[in-house]
Design a protein around this ligand. Structure first.
Ligand code: GLN
Length: 534
């Protein structure tokens, strides 16, 4: 039976609980343990699929087609854990299920209540994942901050689980903040004491405190935190700021967090180390041989979380090529009206990520044109592929009004249009083309050079699609269709004939990239960019 680690957060949000959970997963895997990770999100949406990136950041898509929290991306990048639709539990999902059961009559004769019905549903959702994955340890991260009304049922559920299972089967790790007050020249422990106090009020006693801090914790402070928060001094773990998120597992290892967890959970395991991770990822990330400047042209540029997986995959591409990727974030609305040189000059590569809605579209089209005409390596992803298609049709095939019907319903040349199966869909949630689909890669293409195989499977999240009516005429003008979903005859990848590296795909390669195994497209895009203007 799986053991459990519950991770909560206190004091403020954005403490990096997701990265902490993922790093713990990595550490335990390095000790030979099989793990899985779950994220509980206390909002009422069933999933984040209909939320704006400003509300939520990136929507991460799993292999089985769930739209989930971006922390699941960290889990997949740091560990080998299997992450599926069940790995993200939201309040919306829990209520939906309980209300359906009530209508079906499953609770006949009873008053349906938050405790026990909602909390039972949470517990069984967590246990189901642990059971099905057959793992040694299940790591459960509770979103939000202790003290939020929304997260109370989740906290009550994990309190009950710990009580039912016993302390060698379930532990609580609380991630907290030690702010450094400059004027006092001191690190403050009071917010941590208060937040642990809030946890204790609802019956949860943390076993380990992960203290986020700008500076190392001095011995007296550790002792003070231990005494007032009722944990052993050895269970106060320093999580000092690091430059690169991939260093966090090493930091935790240095603090002995893996040994501590194993001891508390009464688990025995081999002592492998993080050598591979250190030698490849960390060495290269810290001391790259060269730099490469990549411009990402999108509309949520001011928000680092909006394109999380893209930025990480670029870092991975850099690691694979022993290079530091310097990302130039360009707001596509800024480059409309002829200001493109100012923003894109000097780019060694240009990437257009996914997106929805018409704002900023013309700027992205200008950016794709700039990459094509200046022979700058280009990677277009999802909307980025649709943009590259529109640009090519307008400027190479001289169909000036070509567009996607997403942006212009009445365009005379709908090179991108709605999938037939999408036309009658009224409901917005979870109805896009989602998750893994196969793609056949054409030999003698840049894509084949990257993948080195013909059959690949990639993740999708879109409604619109390349319109096959235009395939022949675009091909004549030098567009290559190098990836096809042969089952449904859908265009998956396009390339340009006379260009050093211009590849755009309808799917999202960024979701399958890992620090030690960059996605082939990101690896080769960075390699081509390093060659540009040398
Ligand atoms: N808006 C486009 C579509 O729905 C692209 C989606 C995306 O980039 N994820 O097809």
């Amino acid at each position: 039976m799986s053991k459990f680690i519950f991770i909560t957060g206190g004091v403020v949000s954005s403490l990096g609980k997701g990265i902490a959970a993922a790093s713990i997963g990595r550490l335990l895997e390095a000790r030979g343990l099989k793990t899985t990770l779950i994220k509980c999100d206390p909002y009422l949406n069933v999933d984040p699929g209909t939320m704006n990136p400003y509300q939520h950041g990136e929507v991460y898509v799993t292999e089985d087609g769930a739209e989930t929290d971006l922390d699941l991306g960290h889990y997949e990048r740091f560990t080998n854990a299997q992450v599926t639709k069940d790995s993200n539990i939201t309040t919306g999902k829990i209520y939906y299920s309980v209300i359906n059961k009530e209508r079906r009559g499953d609770y006949l004769g009873k008053t349906v209540q938050i405790i026990p019905h909602i909390t039972d549903e949470i517990k069984s959702s967590i246990k189901k994942v642990a059971r099905e994955r057959d793992v040694d340890v299940t790591i459960v991260e509770i979103g939000g901050t202790v003290g939020d009304i929304e997260s109370l049922p989740f906290l009550e559920a994990i309190r009950q689980m710990r009580w039912e299972l016993g302390e060698s089967y379930a532990i609580n790790i609380h991630v907290t903040l030690l702010p450094y007050i400059k004027s006092a020249g001191e690190q403050k422990t009071k917010p941590t004491q208060h937040s642990v106090g809030r946890l204790r009020e609802i019956g949860i006693i943390p076993d380990i405190l992960l203290c986020r801090t700008e500076r190392p914790i001095v011995k007296e402070q550790r002792e003070k935190i231990a005494l007032f928060c009722n944990v052993d001094t050895g269970s106060v773990i320093e999580a000092v700021d690091v430059k690169y998120i991939y260093e966090v597992p090493l930091l935790f290892k240095k603090e002995g967090l893996d040994d501590l967890i194993l001891k508390k959970l009464n688990l025995k395991s081999e002592d492998k180390d993080l050598e591979e991770w250190t030698n490849f990822v960390i060495k290269r990330i810290r001391n790259p041989g060269r730099d490469v400047k990549i411009s990402v042209v999108g509309k949520y540029i001011s928000l680092p979380d909006a394109y999380k997986s893209i930025y990480e995959a670029l870092v991975h591409g850099g690691i694979a090529n022993d290079a530091r990727v310097i990302i130039n974030r360009v707001d596509s609305e800024e480059i409309e009206n002829g200001r493109i040189e100012k923003y894109l000059k000097g780019s060694q590569g240009i990437l257009i990520p996914g997106g929805f809605g018409s704002r900023g579209i013309e700027g992205k089209i200008d950016a794709a044109r700039y990459a094509r005409e200046h022979n700058i390596p280009f990677l277009g992803i999802c909307l980025g592929m649709q943009i590259a298609t529109i640009e090519f049709t307008r400027n190479v095939c001289a169909l000036k009004k070509a567009n996607s019907t997403e942006f212009d319903k009445d365009t005379p040349n709908p090179v991108i249009s709605l999938l037939e199966e999408q036309k009658d869909i009224k409901q917005m949630g979870a109805t896009m083309r989602l998750g893994a689909y196969p793609c056949k890669v054409v030999k003698n293409s840049k894509s084949f050079q990257a993948y080195k195989k013909e059959n690949v499977v990639e993740r999708h999240r879109h409604r619109y699609e390349f319109n096959n009516r235009y395939r022949k005429s675009l091909e004549k003008k030098g567009l290559i269709f190098s990836g096809i979903n042969t089952q449904d005859d859908l265009v998956e990848i396009i390339e340009l004939k006379n260009h050093p590296w211009f590849v755009a795909c309808q799917f999202h390669p960024e979701f399958k990239s890992k620090p030690d195994r960059a996605h082939p497209f990101f690896r080769n895009f960075i390699a081509a960019s390093l060659e540009h203007n040398r």
